[in-house]
Ligand binder design. Structure first.
Ligand SMILES: [Zn+2]
Length: 912
């Protein structure tokens, strides 16, 4: 995050042993190849037995996309070579472009070789689709059932592509691009465009209306009209549903009255949803006739108001509450969306962590009553979905408040065990360590994390540029062990590899250091690093309403030397000097922490003070005091120390801050000189000024929202009146709606009273939510400050037991079609009891006896000399598939299967 960057640090290969990794990769590839060879050998042997539909392994082996495409389409290509061309094109273009170019090239090639138009278009289209889908799906084979040349009303031919169910696997982009490819091919081959009749358009609308299946997007009738009329290729298909269209069942160019699922899929999920992707290609390739797609492509964008460049853009990271859905009684929630107290986000990956996993300090697991343990599944706010929990003791543990009032962080699970019974409140869950790759994998933007020691170490290794820097650093940090060798920030280094390791050693050393306030502030002053924990209070959590009162009581603090205190466990780091606030714990009771926060926080005037007799300012944006419950439980001073994460304990009625307090007072404009507090800057006037500014801003925002509310009401009144009148005139629903909308729009929205002021107010409010009081601290402090905890990750315990293995009971060993002959339990014994059943199966002919049999091995019984079939002895001859009659792709035919005798034979064969 440093501004200075020298080139050698940024080379991602520095520090990576490339030759070794390459060798490992080769070895790995070799293992894969060997095992694949072995698997093929076994499979070929098994297939030789003739027990499968094909006596050889159908899946061809190929090294790359090009040869895969060639092998996948082997039956369509008639040994026309495509692999070399694909390879050459892929070297220069991306996959989508290659698929379009290749499709045209193959179609043209086929035409030149004398194939008919339909075959040429068909093959070209399949090649294009195969390249699009990386030739690993059946979509190019079975997703397109056929291509036809049909005729428009005027007799001119056009291309009709018939999509079938398996096109679904190809995904929306490939579906839509298949249509574009078909269009590119027909242009190449000079076939005219499709001009649908009204009936053909209405038919698609009717199908969308009747279809009950799942579609990601259902276009409106107007959209369907537009797409079907404008698309230069007919999107056609086989009937897949049992529902028939009543109004437009019999339409020219469409075979059957039943709904065509493939058509709906390609139009809805392909053409509509992937319009931006098609548009990219149609614009680049300048394909005429595809202007209609731009309307769909820009559709989503307009809705978001993207047209107004001056529109207010919030800096806020929106809370996500999706993970809170379906919460279960008895399973805890560890933090609401972005709620302080929940886990603080830290980027990184613990060693035992893996994909979709996050890490927590073991003490955090323990403190949450063991609900979380290694492997527990948690639903998390960011990056979303769920994660498995793994331990990481490099991360910070939880902050707790004990019955004695002591407030501390616990990083060691042994320490936690000692005081477990004493914990009255878990103030903060500690850190959650999430790899940045988890965000990438889930396609989510990164969100800011706090300034931790990792970030500090990264800043510092860049800053330690010279020998002198390193010496100065080890002088400042005397007594913290030997600093590593080398100069981590050196710019002109010969050996980048060695330097990588120098930097790595330094980073490890630094990220585990805990500096005293004096050391930390000296480092921060000299090298412009910000302050890392424990000297980085959670300033964002302290509401600005609290600050004036805190500034009032701060000068009463008495600085004293560290002494022995009678506590079981100490905060992980203690400063040499402490700060005592006399009487700040007077009247404080631990039992208030056992109570639940009341539904409504009383107004400030009705609240009792605890400890010092000071109160925060009246709330600015809310009706209730921010952190009001904290104030009611702990009073202002202790409350502020808790909110900022400043460790402390009670001594009688006094509160004694032990660590982090120097950073707090520094941020608030004070420093320690000769054992006394010294005010450097008067922050209070700045804060009061800011509060006035925020109150003004709130007035503007409230006025505007009242005005909008008023406008809405007015419009509703006018609308109802207009609609009532329209209805009395006997207008239809759509017309009434239109009249109502028109009337509502006639009430003019004059905009905010002062548009510029309103916008400024929005910005001020937004900044306040994002940064809190930190900008004021940055203004008065000579040090650099970064947020300590800008993002909390809400999470709850998941229900991993729901994902048990799915088992069939009883387990099945085979599948056999018995249609409905098995009764409602589908029992094969019931079906067998009927002797012979009629079911749809493939037609095959025995190579020995020549009879029909649906099996791979002939099931007919051998006949003895007297002509009587022998029970238990079957012909067993290999059967072959009968040539399909008609052009249906369905291979099954209704036939009688003597199930009873087949089962009898089978039982005898296995000795039952
Ligand atoms: Zn036979």
């Amino acid at each position: 995050m440093s501004n200075e960057t020298s080139t050698n640090h940024l080379n991602p290969l520095i520090g990576v042993d490339v030759p070794r990794l390459e060798k490992e990769m080769e070895r790995y590839q070799q293992i894969l190849d060997d095992h694949a060879d072995h698997a093929y050998r076994v499979a070929e042997e098994a297939r030789q037995l003739g027990l499968d539909p094909k006596p050889f392994v159908e899946i061809p082996r190929a090294n790359d996309l090009a040869s895969r495409t060639e092998k996948l389409l082997i039956e369509h290509l008639d040994s026309y070579p495509v692999a070399d061309d694909i390879r050459a094109l892929l070297a220069e273009h991306d996959r989508e472009t290659t698929s379009i170019m290749m499709a045209q090239r193959v179609a043209k090639g086929f035409r030149e070789k004398g194939y008919d138009m339909v075959k040429s278009i068909d093959v070209g289209l399949r090649v294009g689709l195969a390249i699009l889908t990386e030739a690993v799906l059946v979509a190019p084979l079975e997703g397109i059932s056929e291509v036809r040349l049909l005729n428009n009303v005027d007799g001119s031919p056009f291309v009709s592509v018939h999509f079938a169910g398996p096109i679904r696997a190809a995904g929306g982009t490939a579906q839509a691009l298949a249509v574009l490819i078909a269009d590119m091919i027909r242009r190449e081959l000079n076939v005219g465009p499709y001009i649908p009749s009204d009936g053909e358009v209405e038919r698609v609308k009717e199908e969308f209306g009747l279809y009950r299946g799942n579609l990601q997007y259902r276009p409106s009738p107007a959209e369907i009209d537009e797409i079907v009329r404008a698309c230069p290729v007919m999107i056609n298909g086989e009937s897949t549903e049992s529902i028939e269209c009543a109004g437009y069942g019999r339409v020219r160019n469409i075979d059957e009255a039943r709904i065509r699922g493939g058509v709906l899929l390609v139009i809805g999920e392909g053409m509509c949803l992937k319009a931006p992707k098609i548009q990219k290609h149609t614009e680049r390739l300048k394909v005429p006739g595809w202007d209609f797609i731009s309307k769909f492509a820009s559709k989503g964008k307009e809705d978001k108001g993207g047209s107004d460049k001056d529109a207010f853009k919030s800096r806020r990271v929106a809370p996500i509450d999706k993970f809170m859905k379906d919460i279960i009684a008895g399973r805890p929630i560890f933090g609401g969306p972005q709620q302080p107290g929940g886990f603080r986000l830290r980027y990184g990956r613990g060693r035992p962590s893996g994909l979709a996993a996050a890490s927590l300090n073991p003490a955090s697991m323990l403190v949450l009553d063991d609900f979380i343990t290694i492997g527990t599944q948690m639903k998390i706010e960011r990056p979303g979905k769920a994660c498995a929990v793994t331990p990481s003791n490099d991360s910070e543990g939880p902050w707790v408040v004990l019955s004695s009032g002591q407030f501390l962080r616990i990083d060691e699970s042994e320490h936690l065990r000692k005081i477990h019974g004493d914990i009255r409140s878990i103030w903060d869950n500690g850190e959650i360590v999430i790899g940045y790759g988890e965000f990438m994998e889930n396609n989510k933007n990164l969100v800011p994390a706090g300034y931790t020691t990792d970030w500090w170490a990264s800043d510092l290794i860049d800053a330690l540029e010279t020998e002198e820097d390193v010496n100065a650093f080890s002088e400042i940090c005397k007594g913290l062990g030997q600093v590593p060798d080398g100069i981590p920030g050196a710019v002109d280094v010969q050996d980048g590899f060695a330097q990588f390791h120098v930097r790595r050693r330094w980073h490890r050393y630094l990220s585990k250091l805990t500096l005293s306030w004096d050391q930390a502030s000296s480092v921060a002053e000299r090298w412009r690093t910000a302050l890392a924990p424990p000297h980085n209070p959670w300033f964002l959590d302290l509401p600005i309403e609290w600050v004036p009162a805190l500034l009032d009581v701060l000068p009463n603090g008495i600085i004293e030397a560290q002494t022995d205190i009678d506590v079981e466990v100490n905060h992980p780091y203690q400063e040499d000097s402490w700060m005592r606030f006399k009487g700040a714990a007077k009247g404080w009771q631990a039992s208030t922490m056992d109570k639940l926060q009341p539904e409504t926080i009383p107004p400030l005037g009705h609240m009792e003070t605890i400890g010092l007799d000071v109160k925060p300012e009246e709330p600015i944006f809310d009706d209730k005091l921010p952190e009001g419950w904290t104030f009611m439980q702990h009073g202002l001073l202790k409350g502020a120390l808790l909110l900022l994460g400043v460790s402390h304990h009670h001594d009688g009625d006094d509160v004694v801050a032990t660590c982090g307090w120097q950073a707090m007072i520094h941020g608030l404009g004070y420093s320690v000189k000769d054992g006394r507090l010294h005010q450097n800057v008067d922050l209070k006037s700045l804060v009061e000024q800011r509060i006035v500014e925020l109150r003004n801003c709130n007035t503007v925002l409230r006025n505007e929202s009242t005005r909008l509310e008023e406008l809405k009401k007015q419009r509703a009144v006018v609308r109802i009146a207009a609609e009532t009148e329209a209805r009395q005139q006997g207008l239809g629903i759509a017309e009434t709606d239109q009249v109502g909308q028109g009337a509502a729009d006639s009430v003019e929205d004059t905009g905010p009273e002062n548009a510029a002021l309103y916008k400024t107010s929005l910005r001020i409010h937004d900044d306040h939510v994002v940064d809190g009081i930190l900008p004021l601290i940055r203004e008065i402090s000579s040090l650099r400050w970064e947020h300590a905890a800008p993002q909390r990750v809400g999470c709850r315990m998941g229900r991993p037991e729901k994902s048990a293995p799915r088992e069939m009971s009883p387990r099945s060993h085979m599948l056999f079609p018995i249609a409905l002959e098995g009764g409602n339990q589908r029992l094969i014994s019931n079906a067998a009891g009927k002797g012979s059943i009629r079911v749809q199966m493939g037609k095959r002919i025995c190579s020995i006896c020549g009879k029909d049999s649906p099996f791979i091995q002939c099931h007919h019984r051998v006949v003895d000399d007297a002509g009587i079939p022998k029970v238990g002895e079957t012909c067993g001859g290999r059967t072959d598939m009968k040539e399909a009659t008609g052009n249906s792709r369905r291979r099954g035919e209704m036939q009688s299967v003597p199930l009873e005798s087949i089962i009898e034979d089978a039982q005898l064969r296995i000795g039952m």
